[in-house]
Design a protein around this ligand. Structure first.
Ligand code: SAM
Length: 200
């Protein structure tokens, strides 16, 4: 994926300022500044910083937008969404990870995030439709409920493909509800589990 690292914009400054070690509470804390995914327990990872930056940049967020995130993980990506979008709903299937992320976001002072523990492959219908949906785990194919829960004019960013190497798809729904997808490049994410993801 091509990442636009133009400096002197709010996103870039936030990215540089945010201390990633806040989101890691194991032996990897000391290397939190490395630009790599790192283990956070439960066989899951905190995403690579440059990829979090790049994916956030692709979403073109502003405070008028409601965003759904699937795969809260450590809450690192969630923090970018909370900073730049108006409202964030985030779903994580692992109770312990979600609870730790909730504490971190609360400590950072964000009040615009709703957390759910459950199967995000089904989206979060209660607060749909969404202007943006970002999935930070890889699906074999695009979960239909996520497309349904997009607003007309909304965008869905999701890694899709085989376990081990995926295309990062940007799926855009037009005002008539027609969807178009484009690959932004190859990425590697852990599996999206659940009803519309890989088997448990
Ligand atoms: N963006 C996160 C961060 O910055 O820490 C990292 C996300 S990690 C690569 C992927 C996360 O997706 C894991 O925490 C995993 O438990 C979660 N996940 C996988 N399948 C899920 C599902 N069906 N519903 C919700 N979360 C899921």
């Amino acid at each position: 994926m091509e990442i636009d690292f133009s400096k002197n914009n709010e996103l870039y400054n936030f990215f540089k300022e945010l201390d990633r070690s806040i989101f890691i509470d194991n032996e990897y804390k000391d290397i939190a500044h490395h630009d790599s995914a790192l283990p956070i327990g439960h066989e899951q990872t905190i995403s690579q910083p440059s990829l979090v930056y790049g994916m956030t940049e692709k979403l073109k967020l502003d405070k008028s937008l409601k965003v759904l995130e699937i795969g809260t993980g450590s809450g690192y990506q969630t923090t970018f969404l909370a900073e730049f979008a108006g409202e964030v709903c985030t779903v994580e299937r692992i109770d312990d990870l979600s609870k730790k992320a909730q504490k971190r976001l609360a400590k950072l002072g964000y009040k615009n995030v709703r957390f759910k523990i459950g199967d995000g492959s089904e989206g979060w219908a209660e607060f749909a439709p969404y202007d943006r949906i970002i999935v930070t785990a890889a699906a074999g194919k695009v979960p239909e409920p996520l497309v349904e829960q997009l607003k007309p004019g909304g965008w869905l960013l999701i890694p899709t493909g085989e376990q081990g190497l995926q295309d990062l798809l940007m799926i855009k729904k037009d005002e008539q509800g027609k969807v178009k997808e484009q690959s932004l490049g190859k990425v590697i994410f852990v599996e999206l589990k659940g009803k519309y993801g890989w088997a448990h």
